[in-house]
Design a protein around this ligand. Structure first.
Ligand SMILES: Cc1cc2nc3c(=O)[nH]c(=O)nc-3n(C[C@H](O)[C@H](O)[C@H](O)COP(=O)(O)O)c2cc1C
Length: 196
């Protein structure tokens, strides 16, 4: 393992549910790099989870995808969220997913990655980080911006720009540092009482 301490569990959420989405390959690549660095990971595919729109109805809450999302994030030490940029923001699928969770992300670090054209989804990343702050999660500085999404992988799914690998690894190592530190904090440091 490249980081000290216990092995971490870091799920990676694919924030695009579009047919023929490009986000799946970079998301899978992040999972691969997390595992290569000695941690556990899983690709959380929001398309597969098929979450209903958040409406607090009992039948929505009972959907297996909702339980699966909550379970994976509750077990996690940190998470990575990969969102393409749609109309200068992150996807509605990502927003809908985070509305279903609460303490599962609380006081845990999150890395946000973007995908898009020239900008590599930078606006999606920055906007989602603001949402995470409100959720008492800790968005970290490091992100990977997957630019020029159309040409990033070839038809066989091979990464065409290997310079992304050290960027992903750097982000994962930063995330792991925060995850180790915050896990210790959650286990050892009293949380301040909130004034009503
Ligand atoms: C509804 C929609 C809005 C988009 N808006 C932007 C945008 O604001 N900025 C950008 O760089 N790309 C934008 N794009 C291009 C996407 O980033 C590109 O299609 C990318 O492949 C989307 O990720 P996905 O294939 O995983 O869904 C948009 C695409 C869609 C479908």
């Amino acid at each position: 393992m490249s980081t000290e301490g216990r092995q971490l569990f870091i799920p990676v959420v694919c924030g695009s549910i579009r047919r023929n989405r490009r986000s799946l390959l970079p998301t899978a690549l992040i999972v691969e790099r997390i595992e290569a660095l000695g941690h556990r990971s899983v690709l959380v595919d929001l398309r597969e989870l098929a979450l209903p729109m958040y409406d607090e109805e009992p039948e929505s809450e009972a959907q297996p995808g909702v339980a699966r999302l909550r379970e994976l994030l509750a077990e996690s030490d940190a998470s990575v969220w990969q969102s393409p940029e749609y109309n200068h923001s992150f996807t509605s699928a990502v927003k809908n997913a985070v509305d279903f969770v609460d303490e599962e992300l609380r006081r845990k670090p999150v890395a946000v990655c973007g995908l898009g054209g020239l900008s590599g989804g930078v606006r999606a990343v920055e906007q989602f980080k603001l949402v995470l702050i409100e959720m008492h999660a800790l968005p970290i500085r490091d992100s990977v911006h997957f630019t020029e999404a159309r040409t990033l992988f070839d038809a066989e799914g091979k990464l065409q720009r290997p310079e992304f690998l050290p960027r992903i690894d750097q982000m994962v190592m930063e995330l792991a540092w925060y995850a180790q530190s915050l896990r210790w904090g959650r286990e050892n440091v009293a949380v301040p009482q909130r004034r009503r």
